[in-house]
Design a binder for this molecule. Structure first.
Ligand code: SF4
Length: 481
């Protein structure tokens, strides 16, 4: 099996998207549409649960939303006016159907289905304690920890048990839960992962991004506040904030790369922020060149911003084929090597003899950047400069984003000069962390305290990392995670 998409494979990957609908006939069909719009947040598996007033129904499958949830018989088997769904790239837990969400359990308080975007950074620690006291886990997902904490809580009502459970977990979680009385949606106290509320007639909708509200024709109401639980029962919507208030730290990388550019995050247009990042990058790291070229597709808004600020023409110097699947079976090495060009190819007639500035959103391992620079040189570029719309990624993410271990992050191993040599560019520059904050309308990181989680750039993790610490101390060896 050959991966024909080397550009996408050297990216940090958002690992989940969630979508929930309450108080709507055919809720599962709307959830399927919403998940379609969130497919970029996870492509390995998808699932939907519904509640019909008497029974819970769940369909979970490996693969894309299309192909699984565009079949009428699948949607018809998910009846009810409340439904929630999940798209997944593997986070904690191996890729297997048993880890695909929503996860469901019959609790003393009734049925409970949960869809989670984020990652619990003390899940292994909690799991060890729960297993010691008799809990029997069905999956290796960190999310199941929350279910067991709810199940074993000594509080009486489901809401109190749920709050009790959340007070024990660390890390990042945006959750949509189905209960027998409706739906509960919440964000962790720091609001690390996004979650928004929409309205469609009498229906309340929750989604990871506003783009999913657009797709079902819902109106964006607001973001769920960090630390807020929104409870929907029929047409009644209430809200509780059970955590001690702390300053929010939403993931800054949502603006750089994860969210779709047509989404609104924390009242900002993701597209506009990406253009502002490009403009800031042009101010910080100008270069004498003939063309600004985006690395498709994620580098495009920042490249537009860079081109408009610098006055250098924006051109599509790398063309992406939209007809090549993620993998492509090839028998021999020679053909396999050619396969990478199926997805992206240099626009040779444009590039020949030109000094080009390539704009990409990030460098992770550096393998992609190396291939792109090589592709430009083979197409006859006179000079190849690379500008990156995020600071160097030097640290792993423990909040629901797939990052290689630190040793594999190019920026954790080399300084910018070393990275320039590694990718064979004529020059390489990253936006500064202060510049990134400025593009988000802030005075700079130090001026506002870190208002975002930016740990993959700074190493400043906003929560304890209990599992990491215990693993480093050799205390988690008993766990099958
Ligand atoms: Fe986002 Fe990076 Fe923080 Fe992870 S570590 S939540 S990717 S800013």
């Amino acid at each position: 099996m050959l991966t024909t998409n080397p550009f996408d494979d050297d990216k940090l990957r958002e690992e989940c998207g969630i979508f929930g609908v309450s108080n709507a006939d055919g809720a599962a069909a709307l959830v399927a549409l919403g998940l379609h719009a969130l497919q970029h947040r996870g492509q390995e598996a998808a699932g939907i649960s519904s509640f019909d007033g008497a029974l819970f129904h769940t369909h979970r499958a490996m693969g894309h939303v299309a192909g699984n949830f565009d079949r009428p018989e699948v949607i018809e088997a998910l009846p009810g006016r409340v439904a929630a769904g999940h798209v997944r790239y593997s986070t904690t837990g191996e890729t297997a159907l048993r880890n695909v969400q929503p996860l469901y359990a019959d609790l003393a308080t009734g049925g409970f289905a949960i869809a989670h975007n984020g990652n619990i950074s003390n899940a292994a620690h909690l799991r060890r304690e729960l297993v010691r006291s008799g809990s029997i886990f069905q999956s290796t997902s960190d999310t199941e920890t929350i279910i067991h904490l709810v199940a074993t809580s000594s509080y009486r009502t489901l809401l109190d048990r749920f709050i009790d459970a959340l007070k024990q977990v660390e890390g990042a979680y945006s959750l949509i839960c189905l209960t027998e009385s409706g739906m509960i949606a919440c964000r962790d106290p720091l609001g690390i992962r996004p979650l928004v509320i929409g309205r469609l007639g009498d229906s309340v909708i929750f989604a990871s991004e506003t783009v999913a509200l657009d797709v079902v024709g819902a109106e964006f109401v607001r973001s769920v506040d960090p630390g807020e639980l929104v409870i929907v029962e029929g047409d009644k919507v209430t809200s509780v904030r059970p955590f001690a208030p702390v300053a929010a730290r939403p993931c800054i990388f949502e603006w750089v790369y994860f969210s779709r550019p047509d989404s609104i995050a924390e009242d900002r247009s993701v597209y506009s922020v990406r253009k502002a990042i490009g403009a800031q990058l042009a101010d910080e790291s100008p270069v004498d060149a003939d063309l600004v070229i985006p690395v498709p597709d994620s580098g495009t808004p920042a490249a537009l911003g860079y081109a408009q600020r610098s006055g250098i023409p924006f051109e599509l110097g790398i063309i992406r084929s939209h007809y090549v699947g993620r993998t492509f079976i090839q028998p021999g090495d020679k053909v396999r090597h050619l396969g990478v060009k199926l997805k992206h190819n240099a626009n040779r007639a444009l590039i020949q003899g030109k000094r080009v500035v390539l704009i990409d959103d990030s460098i992770v391992r550096g393998t992609t950047s190396l291939k792109i620079v090589q592709m430009m040189r083979e197409a006859g570029a006179a000079e190849v400069h690379m500008r990156i719309a995020s600071p160097p990624t030097r640290h792993s993410c423990f909040y629901g984003v797939d990052t290689p271990e630190r040793a594999k992050l190019l920026a954790a191993q080399l300084d910018v000069g070393g990275m320039t040599d590694f990718i064979h560019a004529d020059s390489l520059a990253f936006i500064s962390i202060d510049g990134l904050y400025k593009a988000l309308g802030e005075a700079g990181r130090a001026a506002v305290r870190p208002r975002y989680c930016d740990a993959c750039f700074t190493g400043d993790y906003p929560t304890p990392l209990t599992d990491c610490d215990e693993r480093a101390a050799g205390q988690l060896e008993l766990l099958a995670e």
